[in-house]
Design a protein around this ligand. Structure first.
Ligand code: HEM
Length: 252
């Protein structure tokens, strides 16, 4: 690819990721990394690169957008939870309207519990599929090689053994002491194992950034209840007709 040759002379692929002094690293763009990437000694083809870009665009956009929508909807239905998030934001920012730093985002512990609980009730990816490559036994069942398994994360997250009162929105489900004693696969919104979500840390930061910006400026009120919403199990879990919320400026 001409592009690659031009790049090879203009830019070293081993350019260090230096810090610019204000916490931003000079990282290389994703597309540049793909153009230089090789698999088993071969460069990725144009089609390979397109596929990777597609995956990132889809996995990285719709998933977080849907989850932010659900979180705002749930906060608008649970004013006491919203008040706790706002208390936390007031502790972090006081009267300042400065932008959130990475440290601020890391300090948003309760908001993180809210986001995790939102992903429990409304996992953006409601099911994942795997092709079984060798016979295996689960409980009393033989799963033969060659079948497709659908793992319904939506239902896994509603298992009463792990989440008593599973339909209730309760961010305290993610208190450290509760998480410690729970089976590691009882809650897997980002899947598990070698093909799990590589964007999960970024997704949490993105969600915290957007939800905190909204709540610092607005009080949110939902006009519908959880039980009124029809779910659409698309590739991403969505409300069939959106969710309706009212925003009230906090200063007035
Ligand atoms: C709330 C947000 C997100 C959720 C719930 C989510 C969920 C998931 C799940 C369940 C998988 C595994 C699919 C499977 O096992 O078949 C996955 C894979 C993936 N995710 Fe995410 N994701 C989110 C955000 C993101 C973001 C922000 C990015 C990128 C910036 C991203 C990039 C990817 C990629 C590239 C894969 C494929 C990994 C592989 O096949 O090895 N995701 N995601």
């Amino acid at each position: 690819m001409e592009h690659r040759e031009a790049r090879a002379t203009s830019k070293s692929s081993t350019q260090p990721e230096t810090d610019d002094g204000v916490g931003r690293r000079k990282k290389r763009a994703f597309l540049d990394l793909l153009l230089d990437a090789t698999e088993s000694g071969h460069e990725l083809s144009q089609a390979d690169i397109r596929e990777e870009v597609d995956t990132f665009m889809f996995e990285g956009h719709d998933t977080t957008a849907a989850s932010i929508g659900w979180a705002i909807f749930l906060l608008g239905n649970n004013p006491e939870v919203q008040a706790r998030v706002v208390d936390e934001l007031n502790d972090i920012f006081g009267d300042s309207d400065r932008r959130a730093t990475v440290q601020d985002l890391n300090n948003m512990k309760y908001l993180e519990m809210v986001i995790k609980e939102t992903l429990r009730l409304y996992p953006s990816v409601p099911f994942i599929g795997r092709l079984v490559t060798e016979d295996m036994v689960i409980g009393d069942h033989l799963i033969p090689a060659g079948v497709w398994l659908n793992i319904e994360l939506f239902n896994v997250h509603r298992c009463e053994d792990h989440f008593p009162n599973p339909e209730k929105f309760d961010p305290d489900n993610f208190l450290p002491e509760k998480m410690q004693n729970r089976h590691p696969f009882a809650y897997v919104p980002f899947s598990a194992g070698p093909r799990n979500c590589i964007g999960q840390k970024f997704a949490l930061l993105e969600e915290k950034t957007i939800i905190s910006s909204i709540l610092r400026k607005f009080r949110v009120e939902s006009t519908e209840k959880q039980e009124d919403i029809c779910l659409m199990m698309d590739l991403v879990l969505r409300p069939e007709s959106g969710v309706k919320v009212k925003l009230y400026p906090r200063d007035n």
